[in-house]
Design a protein around this ligand. Structure first.
Ligand SMILES: NC(=O)c1ccc[n+]([C@@H]2O[C@H](COP(=O)([O-])OP(=O)(O)OC[C@H]3O[C@@H](n4cnc5c(N)ncnc54)[C@H](OP(=O)(O)O)[C@@H]3O)[C@@H](O)[C@H]2O)c1
Length: 327
């Protein structure tokens, strides 16, 4: 496992880290035993950074991470998120009072005195014009409730606005072979400002593992079943917003670029790590074998310039027309 600096925090985090959404909820049932074994495996593989949110399984994901923290001696940095408990996303909802309440809940769930990194959880675009929200976060840092804060965003324009606030340490954004826009339009600015980048949905909700087909089915309580068209939250979070059939066609093209001895999954993750502005990818996982497969991407040799160019061609042909202008 390799490690990269996260913004100006002074931390060095595993370039393949772990996304703990699926062990919370909305991905079909994951037993407590599987969730804990998956987290243990991640730490065994050298993962030292975990992304979660207060709403993942209504605190379940945070509580599982707290349990693992007790069972392991390694230092693990935990990034959680706040804001999605609001019944409706409004700027006013991100009030000091609401933030304080969500922070207290996460502190309790994580069984800690201070949250390592709190991220605003895809707030409305207008929020970035409201400096008072960031002043409130600065005060929570001063009070010792937060060590650092950052944001999770849907769109590149939000990422660019967020990093104008000097104490934003990290931006979490969808970045994978189906989402190339951040690389050219956001990464250079983030790098110049030493802001960490967490590449979320790195496997396009599993599609970039190459295991999905036209006949794949998903459980009722899996967002790949119930949010295909953005019924519950931003459609970009499900298969990165790419039409299922189009995604399969693109994966077919990508699979031809995968070198011998490397899995499609590892190729997709190694592609992300080719961008030095990225701090880490945060693939989700439900079982130890998935995490082990994902972590192996960290130690693979760089992809060739030809492979990098070919990914861009597939993106331009299959994905760009329906995706590039939206996020
Ligand atoms: N708004 C936000 O801030 C936001 C939104 C989305 C995600 N996130 C964060 O980003 C993290 C990653 O995104 P994600 O979990 O949505 O999607 P992802 O990482 O692209 O896909 C994860 C899923 O792919 C499958 N998978 C993982 N590794 C595999 C392997 N080696 N082989 C085969 N299948 C594998 C698993 O599901 P199956 O086995 O069921 O296929 C797993 O749950 C989340 O966990 C969360 O921490 C944040």
């Amino acid at each position: 496992m390799n490690y990269r600096p996260l913004g100006r925090t002074g931390w060095k985090v595993s370039d393949i880290s772990f996304g703990a959404w699926a062990i919370g909820g909305f991905w079909g049932h994951v037993s407590e035993q599987d969730a804990l074994a998956t987290l243990h495996k991640a730490i065994d593989c050298g993962v030292n950074f975990i992304d979660t949110a207060d709403v993942y399984g209504d605190g379940r994901s945070e509580r599982l991470i707290a349990r693992i923290g007790k069972e392991r001696k390694e230092q693990i940095m935990v990034a959680t998120k706040a804001g999605r408990r609001l019944p409706k996303q409004t700027v006013a909802g991100y009030s000091r009072t609401n933030l304080a309440g969500w922070i207290e809940d996460s502190l309790r769930n994580l069984n800690t005195e201070a949250i390592d990194l709190l991220q605003l959880h895809c707030p409305p675009t207008d929020l970035y014009d409201h400096a008072e929200v960031f002043s409130a976060l600065d005060d929570f840092v001063k009070q010792g409730k937060l060590r650092f804060y950052g944001v999770s965003v849907e769109k590149v324009e939000e990422a660019l606005k967020a990093i104008e606030y000097p104490n934003v340490q990290s931006v979490q954004i969808i970045f994978n072979c189906f989402r190339l826009k951040p690389a050219k339009e956001f990464f250079p600015r983030a790098k110049a400002k030493k802001v960490g980048i967490l590449a979320r949905v790195p496997l396009a909700s599993g599609m970039l593992t190459g295991k999905l087909g036209r006949d794949s089915t998903f459980p009722k309580d899996d967002h790949r079943n119930f949010n295909r068209h953005g019924e519950m939250f931003d459609v970009g979070e499900t298969f990165s917003g790419v039409d299922y059939e189009l995604g399969l066609q693109a994966v077919d093209g990508l699979s031809r670029l995968v070198p011998a001895g490397v899995s499609m999954t590892q190729f997709a993750l190694r592609w992300i790590l080719m961008f030095d502005a990225v701090t880490c990818a945060i693939p989700g996982g439900k079982r130890p074998d998935q995490v082990a497969d994902n972590c192996r991407a960290s130690d693979l040799p760089p992809l060739t310039p030809e492979a990098m160019a070919a990914v861009e061609c597939i993106y331009d042909e299959k994905i760009r027309p329906s995706i590039h202008s939206r996020w």
